[in-house]
Write a new protein. Structure first.
Length: 255
């Protein structure tokens, strides 16, 4: 046991740890190049074994200070070298476990107090025929080019038990509308907000509950905006005033 402790605090073990650290960084570079930064973070930078390497570095360098009496005056330069690494690793640990990563969009001349975190969640919403939410659930997932993560939700609606899970991941997927004879019409709506924009495709009978309004491809006077399709023509009924803009001439018309 004594030999193990001496090896734990030995310069040889320091060299082994630094070699492992360098190899991990090199492997992470190739993973990032082939599968993206998220994959490199999941497999290397954010992995528990990578944290263990840093923990062993602190234990090793701290132990050497007392094992080899680096606090003596003639060894102060070596002590400074060890303390520098210890302080850097501790600082990195504080940032990692007490901070968070995200993006803050700030336009020129404006201020912002909103940060979009990099933690990804997958949400599921099951709606009734009237558009009201019968079930809502979300779960943290880490979907990358090398891992699908794990998403599993159970819901009980009207006495029936449902299971929701995903089977595959399609990166940069975009929902498109194919024009085929005999198919049902689809209304494509672009919804914008101060922080994002989203395209919503509505099929006959669909109702979507947006912040502040309900839109549906159904004849329902209770909706804020109701879309109909008669004689190959879309009809829109709204409880609110509407403004139409001709993108070519930039002219506006109020309805």
């Amino acid at each position: 046991m004594k030999f193990n402790y001496r090896f734990l605090f030995s310069p040889i073990f320091s060299g082994v740890l630094f070699i492992v650290f360098a190899m991990a960084m090199a492997v992470a570079t190739f993973i990032e190049n082939d599968f993206g930064a998220a994959s490199a973070k999941q497999l290397v930078y954010g992995a528990k074994w990578f944290e263990l390497v840093f923990l062993l570095m602190i234990v090793n360098l701290s132990g050497q200070v007392f094992t080899y009496k680096l606090y003596q005056k003639k060894k102060l330069t070596i002590l400074l070298f060890h303390l520098a690494f210890i302080v850097m690793i501790i600082g990195a640990a504080i940032t990692r476990f007490t901070g968070y990563e995200g993006l803050m969009h700030i336009r020129e001349g404006n201020t912002s107090s909103t940060v979009t975190g990099d933690i990804k969640y997958m949400g599921v919403t099951i709606r009734n025929s009237d558009g009201s939410a019968a079930f809502k659930g979300s779960e943290k997932v880490e979907v990358t080019g090398v891992s699908l993560g794990n998403f599993y939700k159970e819901a009980k609606i009207d006495g029936e038990k449902y299971t929701v899970r995903y089977a595959r991941f399609i990166p940069n997927a975009i929902e498109t509308i194919a024009d085929e004879p005999g198919n049902r019409p689809v209304a494509s709506i672009l919804v914008t907000s101060p922080v994002a924009r989203e395209v919503i495709n509505l099929r006959p009978g669909n109702v979507v509950d947006l912040p502040g309004m309900k839109i549906g491809f159904v004849d329902d006077p209770s909706l804020d905006i109701s879309i109909g399709f008669i004689n190959d023509t879309f009809l829109i009924t709204s409880k609110m005033g509407m403004v139409g803009t001709d993108m070519a001439s930039r002219t506006e018309e109020t309805f």
